[in-house]
Design a protein. Sequence first.
Length: 66
Amino acid sequence: MKIKELKQVGDWISKRDAMEFLNYKTTQMNQFLKDYGSSLRVSRIGQRVFITMSSLIQVLELNECK
């Protein structure tokens, strides 16, 4: 398994890094942002999109199978 270090600014990661972490393509990531938009903290600067790592982890934990 390839381990990649994420580039973070505080708690923020780029949409591209989140896509790589989730192994999603563009269409899948856009649907993920629509489905969980109310739970994710998202910031847009121009065409760049950033997501907080803590909100991404929260979405993952809310959807874990027990």
